[in-house]
Design a protein around this ligand. Structure first.
Ligand code: KG4
Ligand code: ZN
Length: 395
């Protein structure tokens, strides 16, 4: 089955074409085309994602990226034809509608069986852009359109094993129940998956998401958006110095809710602790910033690992799967690995391949295929669901 998938929930515009094969437990995905544009640099001056800009960018990027993904997949052949304007009804912006129409009128229907698009959660104007575009493709090419939950996509990226670098992935071996640790710019949650697509949320952040905390602390340290990778780099320099000196870091931030007995998280107090620390300092050197990044990363890591560890002990899952942008963080990856090695030999750790840690369309296409195998049919009238929860976002 060949799937064209679209991701526009936040500040990445991504389109991929996947060849999907095999049953649920053994599904494999060959990447025929994958085109991604990160708008991060454009949003950097605002210190975070600026929704109106994200929407405008998605509108400008979708046609070129779709053309590239299909062309890389050798699925584009030129053929002039007419496209009924009704197909583009959802697109209110003239330029976007015209560009999409021109694109669709220039090529023959490609050999695509299904169009998949992120329906939420995310920024609604950004989500609508992807949905309207996906519907125009689906109607013109006469293929079903699947709306896919973004967080389900992140879980699926964690379940994928890279067989050929960036080209071929397959579902890892694991047994249910699965414990998903979702850590991104908008989410921090622990979700228990008893079987495919049956989700039970067991804990979530009460305030900021962990990625948001990374971004906010980066801003306090005058590091550019997105802050996660920058904090990680700064922290690594301090880690190296501390290790060389054989000592310990003398800054320590609180670990909120660490011992409250729940699986919930809280990161806004940690961010405030960083703010107070900075306010109390007269001058802040590069070295101070690196130490603060280090201490912050330690605190965030410890809370994530401790809550996950407790859930592993209580629920004895077959695997912990990690998904979302923060899963790129090496310090957190390593700590989870260490924890599972000592806590339980029964529980596997499944981490996304590096290319799939951030937002991408491969995870959306892969999730759509798994949903198809589980019996999902095309969605007739998709809506952007900005705040949808995984456990509510069924089929
Ligand atoms: O999943 P994602 O790409 O987008 C959302 O769905 O939110 O996650 C983005 C978040 C940002 O907050 C970014 O700072 C964070 O992931 N992030 C990291 C790292 N790389 C990205 N946080 C910590 N360490 C990293 N290496
Ligand atoms: Zn994401």
């Amino acid at each position: 089955m060949r799937i064209l998938s679209i991701e526009t929930s936040c500040d990445e515009t991504a389109v991929s074409v996947l060849d999907c094969d095999g049953p649920l437990e053994k599904a494999s995905f060959t990447v025929l085309g994958n085109a991604l544009f990160s708008q991060a640099d454009l949003h950097a001056p605002y210190g975070g994602v600026y929704p109106a800009l994200a929407k405008r960018e998605h509108q400008g990027n979708l046609v070129p990226l779709t053309r590239k993904a299909l062309s890389d997949a050798s699925l584009l052949s030129q053929e002039a034809r007419l496209v009924d304007s009704a197909v583009l009804a959802g697109m209110r912006e003239e330029a976007f509608r015209t560009e999409t129409k021109n694109f669709l009128e220039s090529y023959a229907t490609p050999k695509i069986d299904l169009v998949a698009v992120t329906k939420g959660p995310g920024l609604e104007p950004a989500l609508w852009t992807g949905i309207n575009f996906a519907e125009a493709l689906g109607k013109t090419w006469n293929t079903p359109v699947f709306g896919i939950d973004h967080m389900e996509g992140h879980i699926v990226s964690g379940l994928l094993e890279e067989i050929i670098q960036e080209k071929k992935f397959s579902i890892s071996n694991f047994r249910f129940p699965l414990l998903a640790l979702l850590i991104s710019g908008g989410h921090t949650e622990l979700v228990l998956m008893k079987e495919w697509f049956v989700y039970e949320n067991i804990g979530r952040t009460k305030d900021d998401a962990v990625g948001e905390a990374f971004d906010k602390v980066a801003r306090l340290l005058e590091l550019p958006y997105p802050g996660g990778p920058k904090i990680e780099e700064a922290a690594a320099r301090s880690r190296e110095r501390v290790a060389d000196a054989g000592g310990e870091l003398d800054i320590r931030f609180p670990r909120p809710l660490l011992n409250d007995g729940s699986y919930d998280f809280s990161f806004s107090g940690l961010k405030t602790a960083v703010l107070y620390k900075l306010r109390a300092m007269d001058e802040i050197s590069e070295r101070d910033k690196e130490e603060i990044a280090h201490a912050f990363e330690d605190a965030a890591r410890d809370v994530l690992v401790e809550k996950t560890s407790r859930a592993v002990q209580d629920l004895k899952p077959g695997a912990v799967v990690v998904g979302g942008g923060v899963s790129a963080n090496r310090e957190i990856r390593q700590a989870l690995e260490n924890m599972l090695r000592t806590a339980s030999s029964e529980t596997k750790l499944l981490l996304p391949p590096t290319v799939l840690t951030g937002d991408n369309a491969i995870m959306i296409g892969a999730a759509a295929y798994l949903r198809f195998l589980a019996g999902k049919k095309g969605d007739a009238n998709l809506s952007a669901l900005g705040n949808v929860r995984l456990e509510e976002s069924n089929a």
